[in-house]
Design a protein around this ligand. Sequence first.
Ligand code: G1P
Length: 293
Amino acid sequence: MRVKKAIIPAAGLGTRFLPATKAMPKEMLPIVDKPTIQYIVEEAIASGIEDIIIVTGKGKRAIEDHFDHAFELEETLLRKGKTDMLDSVLQTSSVEIHYIRQKQPLGLGHAIWSARKFIGDEPFAVLLGDDIVENDAEPGLLQLVDQFNKTGQSVIGVKQVSEEDTQRYGIIDPGAIDGKLIDVNKFVEKPEPGTAPSNYAIMGRYVLTPEIFKFLAEQEPGAGGEIQLTDAIQKLNEVHSVSAYEFDGRRFDVGEKFGFIETTIEFALKRPELRGQLLQLFREKLDEEERNK
Ligand code: G1P
């Protein structure tokens, strides 16, 4: 069965970006001029997804407004012949976006479980908004979908991280490794420092079979007292093997401050209208630092 539906959880409080996220969802923080969640939606579209359900919470209305048609704006841009701007506001109009509210902040696993009725009995994708994956050749999620199409088994996107960072992620205990495809003995959410079974970290992209909902329904709270998706994936793995796939493409961590700033700079440097000015600014700053030494 083809993977046509995706869940994007967006119910988190975004406390790392306070006060910006006091009245604005963190998913709406822009990288240059596009909200982070739009990069995620565009990756889903480029991976063949036709329906997206965004799991929201309190104070997330701006996300719904963002993906809604803005008739007045579109009309004005059309009348003024501003076709580039019009295209930019219509970029995600090819996909159906639906919304559901997570009633209680019980964790990522619970957020995914909240969308079970929308998914029904078919395989689906999950994309987390804290990672933007850049790959012009083949979007990150599409690489997992291709892999799923070969085996029909759930597949989880991973990338290698430094030893010190393993405690921030879901980590796999790898079995046989065949190129990018990795058998998984065990999935562990946020292992204690020094106990990680490898440095392969779950990187916010998943293709899951609907059996996962049964395990999510029974899942007890795990790391951080939250119902963890990783723990339910491990339960699924005990019955139907779940693989990991080390996908290609650079991954940008927009879920924490430095990563967010780095992503903004990298994306701005790719824009011809900004690149020159930005490089000039860096040169001036470096010179200033030198002079003040
Ligand atoms: C979540 C997942 C974790 C994964 C991480 C990055 O953690 O629970 O397994 O490695 O996203 O994609 P969070 O960053 O929400 O704490």
